[in-house]
Design a protein around this ligand. Structure first.
Ligand code: SAH
Length: 400
């Protein structure tokens, strides 16, 4: 096995079990390990620190598989890690997963760069690192054997693959291809069933935003009797929840026509009368301003935009964008209106996001309180030594 020696003093994050090694921390590499090859990490004095997947093109040059250097990284090791991920989500040995959920969430599950989502009866995978790409066949073989599924689909068509020197990739990995739209049933004791239509082959991410699953229920329960403007609606996840929760009307806004078309079909599938909702294809930044000019008012406004800050270098621009939409939203809310403000940028932490929201309300001449803090769903856990996995935060604010 090739050996990677770190510079003096650059082992502190690894000692705290953070799994990334940046290129600048490396003093020396023996040989020329290939992409995804397992390497032994050592500190400057030669002490073994962990076994990691090598990624020669990436700034994140190595991702730790295990801090136990007596282990072997092989198909059996990966199987053990995937079984542990399932177990963590309440799926014991031999059990099958029930409703849709994320089964593996990368670094947080000890499998850096691997995402596995379950949309019964299909599995969807993303291989986002050289290490997971190297072990793709073994990972797929284990999943196909362990989980009774109709097919396993790949959605590694994401920008981050380029950082790892990997091409975008999507398609069938095992079994059947998923249909163009798949119906998901979301059940919750004591609450109405919700049905969602998802597009695995061409939708966003792996097809759906599983990270908002519990938040939809929470927000939906607050929507009773309210007129809701659901901005960045995608296929209407929050719309279904708000209408199930008794909203008076929901207006969905998204710039994507295919997303809105699926939103329309999703709402119809839930047997919701067509006069309870409307779908508007528009740029949210422009529409909020137009509605202000028209004097439109709402009782609840949801902002769930795409990631504005990819990295810390985009922080300022992103902060301005978050502030702008929150300020425009505040202008449109009636007294006692509710603003549900999300950010999925990991680079913007909760305290900064709260400050941005506070400044936005101030500039709009409104005051309000946070009545609920929201978070990515529990099947997207945050590994304590790896705060980078904490990305989704939501503030539910009641305006005066
Ligand atoms: N709330 C959704 C997820 C939103 S994802 C859910 O729960 O499923 C972000 C959405 O914002 C995408 O659907 C994307 O098409 C849309 N979008 C991105 N920029 C936009 C803009 N400027 N105006 C309107 N929609 C935009």
């Amino acid at each position: 096995m090739e050996t990677v020696t770190l510079r003096k003093g650059r082992d502190s994050s690894l000692l705290r079990k953070h799994p990334w090694v940046f290129s600048g921390a490396i003093a020396q590499v023996s040989g020329t390990p290939g992409p995804g090859e397992t390497v032994l990490l050592r500190d400057a004095a030669g002490k073994p620190l962990g076994l990691a997947a090598w990624s020669p093109s990436s700034q994140i040059r190595a991702r730790v598989w295990t801090f136990d250097t007596d282990r072997q990284v092989d198909a059996g090791f990966l199987a053990e890690r995937m079984a542990a991920s399932l177990y963590r989500r309440g799926i014991a040995e031999r059990d099958q997963p029930g409703a849709a959920m994320r089964l593996v969430y990368g670094e947080s599950d000890g499998l850096p760069g691997l995402v596995v989502d379950w949309y019964p009866p299909f599995l969807v995978c993303q291989f986002l690192s050289a290490g997971t790409e190297r072990w793709k066949q073994e990972i797929v073989a284990w999943l196909a054997d362990r989980i009774r599924c109709r097919g396993i689909h790949e959605r590694s068509d994401v920008g981050v693959r380029a950082h790892e020197g990997l091409p975008q990739s999507r398609g069938v990995l095992h079994g059947e291809a998923p249909p163009a739209t798949l119906e998901l049933l979301d059940r919750c004791p004591g609450q109405s069933d919700m049905r969602f239509l998802i597009d695995i082959p061409a939708g966003h991410k792996t097809g759906f935003y599983l990270d908002q699953a519990a938040n939809r229920r929470v927000v939906g329960a607050m929507a009773s009797g309210r007129e809701v403007l659901n901005c960045f609606s995608y296929t209407g996840g929050f719309a279904v929840a708000c209408l199930a929760g008794g909203a008076r009307h929901v207006c969905n806004v998204d710039s994507s026509e295919p997303a809105l078309a699926l939103c329309e079909r999703t709402l119809a599938l839930n047997d919701l009368p067509a006069d309870l909702y409307s779908n508007v294809a528009a740029n949210v930044f422009e529409l909020l301003r137009a509605y202000r000019k028209e004097g439109r008012q709402f009782d609840m406004l949801i902002l769930d935009p795409p990631k504005f800050a990819d990295t810390r270098s985009h922080l300022k621009k992103a902060a301005r964008a978050y502030k702008d939409i929150a300020m425009q939203a505040a202008h449109l809310l009636r007294p006692s209106g509710i603003l549900v403000n999300f950010s999925c940028s990991a680079a913007i932490d909760l305290s900064l996001f709260q400050k941005i929201t506070a400044d936005a309300l101030l500039d709009a001449g409104r005051s309000g309180q946070v009545i609920r803090y929201l978070h990515q769903h529990e099947d997207h856990p945050v590994a304590l030594p790896f705060p980078e996995s904490q990305y989704l935060k939501g503030l539910v604010c009641r305006l005066d």
